[in-house]
Structure formats: structure tokens, C-alpha cells
Ligand binder design. Structure first.
Ligand code: ARG
Length: 424
């Protein structure tokens, strides 16, 4: 009933890492002899190799990863096997283990995100000057270069990369060790040195704050969910564009599946699956936050319930990192369909209104005037013909979509501020 080992056993490499650091400072404090230290270090090395090799099943009495490893060390060394637990509590051990796990996860995420940004950059490059309609409310709004579409996601994901880097820098600051169960220990150990051994900048500053702290994990969870939400926007676009109604892209067979009943179907399953995982992740995230609502200061066993949710969230993100490169590689652009849709003159109604502004017509009057022309256009040979009959000074190339896109691109922040390459 109390067990968490089925979930937290994956933390064993980090728990051993913590034990090695503790061993070192116990030696420095003279609380273990050099010989005892050597025995323990050797036993830990053996254990590392054995567990990696699939030895050491979890037994019924093992409550959590910390107890499991201690039992295995004691099986090798007798009572000496428990020495790395001196001045230490499982309350801080779990904090260290999860922190190291998340740091590793964040590093993996950043590497994968950088590769994804390269893929987006390639899509941007190969889009050349293909134009497409931009939508608001899923209604055709204004024209856009396809490359601007990919750039929008590159921009968003670059910001996410930056946020993960900032989280990582913060996570590497303070080491949980030294917090003990709630207020450290009386052994006078050098936790500053321990922190440095473990790759942190400094030791725990407030034991009570540390053992109660989960916000750093939650901040990481939030980053993962925010990115999944951002990605699911792209996925939804691709799903729509892949329909017969849009036909803007074809998702090739590597990421679609057939129907067991309808022979003609190719379904964008992978995109849908990741979109669905975003909802599951959202539930896991709110579940995590809920766990700390109403808890007093100090460690409470409620907090054991956070690991299943946190690890599940990390696995959801892993699924994104596995699936997304395949999805982006499977996009075949049907530029003729995009361009056909982008040639709709109504997309330039706003341009027309802005032309009137340049001619001195006040904004609301110009808006009203163009709305009237749009309404009358079907009976007057279309918007272009009607506008030309009313505005003889309209430039000859006014209704060329690319011209409109170029003017917009020139006026956008991308041009003025210079598009920055991903900074990392
Ligand atoms: N397994 C616990 C957790 O995941 C850590 C151990 C602390 N348990 C305790 N009873 N003090 O949070």
C-alpha cells in the first residue's frame, strides 16, 4: 500500500549518484574510514553494473527506490551498506533524484528541440515564395507566405527552448542535499562540497523550504504542457490541410494509417494521437498542482502521488519528440492548391481599405466603403473589377497576392528587427 517502487525505481541511477556524493563527504568528515569508503564505492560500482544488466528483482518488502538500493548494498556489505544514509532522509533523496532526472530530461528535450528547429528552417527555406491564405476564425483573412507560417512555429518553439534553458539554469543552482527530513542533521557535513560534486552551484539554503518544494517540478511540467499545446496547434493545421476540402498538403503514408473498413481512407493518426496526448497531459498537470493544495509545510506522503503524474508527462513529451520529426518529414506541400485559395481577391479587401486610407479617407468610412463593395462584388464582376471602376489610380499589380505579402513582410517586425536565428 505504501509502495512507490513500481514508479520510482527508474530513479536508481540518480539515487546511487547521490549516495556516492554522500560517501565522499562522510569520508571528508572522518565518519568513515578509507577502507570502508573503498568497500562502499566498489559495492556501488558493482550494483550499478548489476542493475544495468537486469539483475536484482524488486522484492515485496522494497517500499521505494531508496530502500531497495540500501537493501542491496547491505546484502553485499552488512550494516556498512546503510552508511551512505547517514544524516540523510528519503524526503531529500527523492528531491535530488527527481531533480537530476528532470535535468537529464530537459537536456534531451533541448537537443531534440534544436533538431526540430532545423527541420522547420528547412521547410521555411523550401517554401520559397509560395503563398497561402492566413485564417482567423477559420475564415480566409489575409494572404501569407508559406514560409511565414513555418517561421511562426519556429519563433514559438525558439521561445520555448529559451524557457527550458532558463529552467535548467535555475534547477542547477540549489542542491537539495542537506535538507534532511525537515531540518538537516547535527553531523556538520560539508553540503557545499556535496552540492559541487553533484553539479550544483550551492547547497540547500532552507531545509524546510526544500522538503516542501514542488514548484520547480511543476514549472517544468508547465513548460512541457505549454509546448504540447503549441505543437497541437500545428498538428491541427496539418490535419485540416490534409483533408480533401483543403488539400493544401498530403501527409505521406509514413504517418497515416488505413481504415479497417473503408478501403480508400488514409487517416492522420499520428497527428491526432499527439493532439490527444496534449489533453491527457493537461489533466496530469492539473492533477499535479492539485496535490499540493492545502498541504502544510514539511514533507507529506501526499507528495508521493506526484511521481506517476510527472513521469507520465515526461513520457508524453518523449512521444512528441519521437513523432514530430516524422510528421514534419511527411508533409508534402500542394502549392497549387494553396495558391489557388490565396488568389481569392477578398483576401485583399483589407489592402483596399488601406489604399483608401492613403488617399485620405477616414478609417471607418474606408472600412464601410470596402464592405459595401465586397457585398456588391458578386453582381459587379468581382471585387477587382468593381474596385478598379471606382479607383482608377489603383496600381496595376494591386491584386497580385505576392505583392501584398511582400508589403506586409516589409512592414512586419521580422524585417525591422531582423529575424534572429535560434540563439542556442
Ligand atoms: N517515496 C517518497 C516520495 O516519493 C519519498 C520517501 C519519503 N517517505 C516518507 N515516508 N517520509 O515522496
Amino acid at each position: 500500500m505504501h509502495r512507490s517502487i513500481e514508479v520510482d525505481w527508474i530513479l536508481w541511477p540518480y539515487d546511487l549518484q547521490g549516495s556516492r556524493a554522500r560517501l565522499e563527504i562522510l569520508l571528508r568528515a572522518g565518519l568513515l574510514s578509507r577502507e570502508e569508503g573503498d568497500q562502499l564505492a566498489r559495492a556501488m560500482d558493482e550494483l550499478q553494473a548489476e542493475i544495468s544488466g537486469g539483475e536484482h528483482a524488486i522484492a515485496g518488502e522494497d517500499e521505494d527506490v531508496h530502500g531497495w538500493l540500501e537493501r542491496l548494498l547491505c546484502a553485499k556489505l552488512g550494516p556498512l551498506g546503510a552508511a551512505p544514509h547517514s544524516g540523510r532522509s528519503r524526503n531529500e533523496q527523492i528531491l535530488l533524484d527527481v531533480k537530476l532526472f528532470l535535468i537529464g530530461h530537459a537536456e534531451g528535450w533541448m537537443a531534440a528541440l534544436r533538431a526540430l528547429l532545423e527541420q522547420l528552417k528547412e521547410l521555411e527555406r523550401s517554401a520559397a515564395d509560395v503563398v497561402m491564405p492566413g485564417y482567423t476564425h477559420l475564415q480566409r483573412a489575409q494572404p501569407l507566405f508559406l514560409r511565414q507560417y513555418w517561421r511562426a512555429h519556429r519563433h514559438t518553439w525558439t521561445r520555448r527552448l529559451k524557457a527550458v534553458a532558463a529552467w535548467l539554469a535555475e534547477a542547477r543552482e540549489e542542491c537539495p542535499m542537506g535538507a534532511g527530513a525537515i531540518n538537516g542533521s547535527t553531523l556538520g557535513l560539508d553540503h557545499e562540497a556535496e552540492a559541487h560534486i553533484l553539479g550544483f552551484r550551492h547547497a540547500c539554503e532552507s531545509p524546510l523550504a526544500m522538503v516542501s518544494l514542488r514548484s520547480e517540478w511543476f514549472a517544468y511540467a508547465a513548460l512541457t504542457v505549454h509546448w504540447m499545446l503549441e505543437v497541437s496547434r500545428l498538428l491541427e493545421d496539418l490535419i485540416l490541410w490534409n483533408t480533401a476540402e483543403f488539400s493544401f498538403i498530403r501527409l505521406n503514408d509514413s504517418v497515416t494509417t488505413g481504415s479497417s473498413m473503408m478501403p480508400h481512407k488514409r487517416n492522420p493518426d499520428l497527428c491526432e494521437l499527439l493532439r490527444g496526448k496534449t489533453s491527457t497531459a493537461l489533466g496530469q498537470y492539473t492533477g499535479l498542482l492539485g496535490l499540493t493544495k492545502g498541504l502544510p509545510s514539511g514533507y507529506m506522503k501526499d507528495l508521493q502521488e506526484d511521481k506517476p503524474l510527472l513521469f507520465a508527462l515526461c513520457r508524453q513529451l518523449d512521444a512528441f519528440l519521437l513523432g514530430l520529426p516524422a510528421i514534419l518529414a511527411a508533409v508534402e506541400i500542394r502549392s497549387s492548391e494553396m495558391e489557388k485559395a490565396a488568389a481569392d481577391p477578398l483576401l485583399l479587401a483589407t489592402d483596399l481599405m488601406e489604399f483608401l486610407l492613403t488617399q485620405g479617407v477616414p478609417l471607418r468610412r474606408a472600412h464601410h466603403q470596402v464592405a459595401e463593395w465586397v457585398a456588391a462584388a458578386p453582381n459587379q464582376g468581382g471585387l477587382e473589377k468593381l474596385a478598379r471602376s471606382q479607383l482608377p489610380h489603383l496600381p496595376a499589380d494591386f491584386f497580385e497576392t505576392r505583392r501584398s505579402c511582400r508589403l506586409r513582410e516589409r512592414g512586419s517586425a521580422e524585417k525591422f528587427m531582423g529575424w534572429k536565428e535560434p540563439f542556442l
